[in-house]
Design a protein around this ligand. Structure first.
Ligand code: GTP
Ligand code: MG
Length: 138
C-alpha cells in the first residue's frame, strides 16, 4: 500500500469543488487518510515549489497558490502515486484525457485545480511538508 500527497488548488476551492474532486479520488479507490484546508503564505508556496524556482512561471505559480485556500490531503491505496496522476490528467487541461479532474474542472495550465506527487521521494517530502505523523490516520 502506497501514500501520495494531493492538493486541491485555489481555483477549485473558490468554485466549491472540494467535494466533487475528492469524490473522483475516492471513486478510483484512493482513501483520504489526512485532509485539511490551508491558506498558505507566499513563503510556504515558495518552499513547497522550490524545485520550480528557476522556471519562468514560478512567481505566477506562488502568487496563485497563496491567493485563496487550498485543501491538502494524504491519499492511500495500491499504486496511489500513479493512480492519482492518472485521475488528475495532464498538466495542461487542453491535453487532459476525458474523465480526468483537469479535463473536467481545470481552466488553464496554471489554474489546473489539483497537484499530485510524481514519485515516492517527492510524495514523502510533500507529505512531511504539510502534515505531522499524528495527523495521518490510516
Ligand atoms: P503538479 O502536480 O502541480 O506538480 O503538476 P504537474 O506535475 O503536472 O506539473 P509541473 O510539475 O510541471 O508544474 C507544476 C505546476 O506549475 C503545474 O501544476 C501548474 O500549476 C504550474 N505550471 C506549469 N507550467 C506552467 C505554465 O506554463 N504557466 C503557469 N502559469 N503555470 C504553470
Ligand atoms: Mg509536478
Amino acid at each position: 500500500i502506497e501514500r501520495t500527497f494531493s492538493m486541491i488548488k485555489p481555483d477549485a476551492t473558490k468554485r466549491n469543488l472540494t467535494g466533487a474532486i475528492t469524490k473522483k479520488l475516492e471513486d478510483a479507490g484512493l482513501r483520504v487518510v489526512a485532509s485539511k484546508r490551508v491558506w498558505m503564505s507566499r513563503r510556504q508556496a515558495e518552499g513547497f515549489y522550490a524545485v520550480h524556482k528557476e522556471r519562468p512561471f514560478f512567481d505566477e505559480l506562488c502568487e496563485f497558490m497563496s491567493s485563496a485556500p487550498t485543501v491538502v490531503q494524504v491519499l492511500e491505496g495500491e499504486n496511489a502515486i500513479l493512480k492519482n496522476r492518472e485521475i488528475m490528467g495532464a498538466t495542461n487541461p487542453a491535453e487532459a484525457a476525458e474523465g480526468t479532474i483537469r479535463k473536467e474542472f481545470a481552466t488553464s495550465i496554471g489554474e489546473n485545480s489539483v497537484h499530485g506527487s510524481d514519485a515516492p521521494e517527492t510524495a514523502a517530502e510533500e507529505i512531511r511538508y504539510w502534515f505531522s505523523d499524528t495527523e495521518i490516520v490510516g
